[in-house]
Design a protein. Structure first.
Length: 167
């Protein structure tokens, strides 16, 4: 996988759980891809590349949610406008794409807000980033199941394929 590297693996849910729970209720199969800008690529292009990789990995069409905001004060409003919480609750897991994961800029960021909401609602969260400067403790606090590094369209597609096998 050129330009794609997996870091911070954690024990995750069974990759391809049955499509029905023990009580007969349908288990969501759709993945929610919440993407920001990454490596000079627009949020829409990042989400699309990851989505192509997920489909190539055998997953159904993902719910793509490009998010173009860097202002911490706007994050809750932007997520509300996008209907993010309802979309997340309909998803099997959320994949958040961010250009740079680092502890000092995490508080108030879209990534932090999404990871927090996912953790609070019991939705597994995964991350794709061009640069990961989180230590194992920071990744654990965010409850990220896996962080995949990708810095180009080709690497984002490969990251999507990789995540299709575990998410």
């Amino acid at each position: 996988m050129e330009g794609c590297r997996i870091v911070s693996p954690r024990t995750a849910a069974t990759p391809r759980a049955a499509s029905r729970s023990s009580r007969g209720a349908a288990i969501p199969q759709t993945l929610l891809v919440a993407a920001g800008e990454l490596g000079g690529l627009s949020a829409a292009r990042v989400a699309g590349a990851i989505g192509r990789g997920l489909r190539a990995g055998g997953r159904p069409e993902p719910d793509l949610c490009p998010i173009a905001t860097h202002c911490a004060e706007e994050v809750p409003e932007v997520l509300s406008t996008l209907g993010f919480d309802a979309r997340m609750l309909r998803a099997r897991a959320v994949i958040v794409a961010d250009a740079h994961l680092q502890e000092r800029t995490l508080a108030g960021s879209v990534t932090f807000e999404i990871a927090t909401r996912a953790r609070q609602r019991g939705v597994p969260a995964y991350a794709v980033t061009a640069a990961n400067d989180l230590n194992a403790f920071d990744a654990r606090i965010l409850d990220l199941q896996l962080i995949v590094q990708a810095n180009s369209v080709r690497a984002l597609v490969a990251a999507g394929r990789e995540l299709a096998a575990v998410a």
